[in-house]
Ligand binder design. Structure first.
Ligand code: TXA
Ligand code: MG
Length: 325
């Protein structure tokens, strides 16, 4: 990426405007975290309710100390192993962090992204960038610069193109506000990766939406009705239905192979059954199916381990309140 474009992005950020920023998880809509009018721009462009707080991004672990009041031992241990990377920590905030960034909460979400373009931008900017995913509130998260431009192009002066995101789903959010660490959102870092480092981590199935505001039921939603597929579901003929699944294995029963043939469009995310590959392609595949003007999309749930937990979480929220005809 040419240095000149980074310099322009830094100038835009210093002026209180926002830029599209690639990260290894999803693209973010970044603004100066110290500037309340930049934060207000983020909420306005996303049409996001102000009760849903933002994640502060910094270039280094050391920098994060400027934004947090305490940094418990287990949180540090995770950060040492997984930063830069797809891990967001919830920690008590320093008083300078604007209320608009935290929705008035006494805590702040912090993350050190690994993407080289995000790293370069953060180092040159030399501050904190508040960045939610660069989509309209409740919609599909963008994993390419093109997806950001398509959704927010007219309102965002610069979208830095860092290629397709390697993780493809958002960071894992772990809260350290209580003695027991607690996952608030499943994401690109798995429980299986974290527990060997700090031991048991809790998860609150139905987290209080005021404490984990991103956990509102409907999110990541395509415009096409989406439904989780169950073995017993008939697929009606005469309708244009798409299928999103990890794979349909050739060694599966003839019924299952026949099952895939009944769909108008297929997005099989990983022929080898690899959840990392599936996560990297997930939102883009959903976006593509949504663009086909189908009558509905069926999604086959993922195995409930590793990245499958985060993918199932996204599927359930994408399906909330909608039905395939
Ligand atoms: O991977 C990611 O995390 C991406 C990239 C751009 O870094 N960002 C992202 O941001 O997913 P966003 O705004 O879509 O989700 C941030 C979520 C909020 O919805 C909320 O659930 C949680 O972070 N959050 C932020 N501050 C919090 C706080 N103080 N307490 C609890 N949850 C918080
Ligand atoms: Mg989001």
């Amino acid at each position: 990426m040419p240095q000149q474009i980074i310099q322009e992005a830094v100038a835009v950020l210093r002026a209180g405007e926002v830029v599209g920023m690639p990260t290894e998880t999803v693209y973010g809509l970044a603004g100066d975290a110290r500037n309340p009018s930049a934060l207000a721009r983020i909420y306005a462009i996303k049409q996001r309710p102000e009760f849903d707080p933002l994640i502060l991004h910094a270039a280094t672990f050391e920098k994060v100390f400027e934004a947090v009041d305490t940094f418990p031992q287990k949180a540090r241990a995770l950060a040492e192993v997984f930063w830069p990377g797809p891990l967001t920590l919830i920690l008590p905030k320093k008083s300078w962090v604007p209320d608009l960034a935290t929705s008035g909460l006494p805590s702040v979400a912090v993350r050190v992204p690994a993407h080289p373009v995000a790293q370069t931008l953060l180092r040159k900017f030399d501050g904190f960038l508040a960045a939610p995913s660069a989509n309209k509130f409740g919609r599909i998260s963008p994993t390419t610069a093109g997806a950001v431009r398509a959704e927010l192009g007219g309102e965002v002066p610069i979208v830095l193109d860092g290629g397709p995101c390697s993780c493809g789903i958002e960071s894992t959010i772990v809260s350290f506000l209580e003695p027991e660490p607690r996952v608030l959102r499943w994401g690109a870092l798995t429980l299986e990766q974290m527990e060997p480092v700090i031991g048991r981590i809790a998860f609150q199935e139905k987290a209080d939406p005021r404490l984990a505001p991103g956990n509102i039921a409907s999110h990541y939603a395509p415009r096409t009705p989406l439904k989780l597929w169950q073995e017993t579901d008939p697929v009606e003929t005469g309708l244009r239905i798409g299928l999103l699944a990890l794979r349909v294995r050739p060694m599966d029963t003839p019924q299952r192979v026949g099952f895939a043939k009944r769909f108008h469009a297929l997005r099989l995310l990983s022929p080898g059954g690899d959840l990392e590959e599936a996560a990297a392609r997930f939102f883009q595949a959903l976006r593509e199916l949504d663009a086909l003007g189908l009558d509905g999309i069926y999604a086959v749930p993922f195995p409930e381990h590793g990245l499958g937990r985060a993918l199932n979480d996204r599927l359930c929220r994408a399906a909330h309140g909608t039905r395939v005809p």
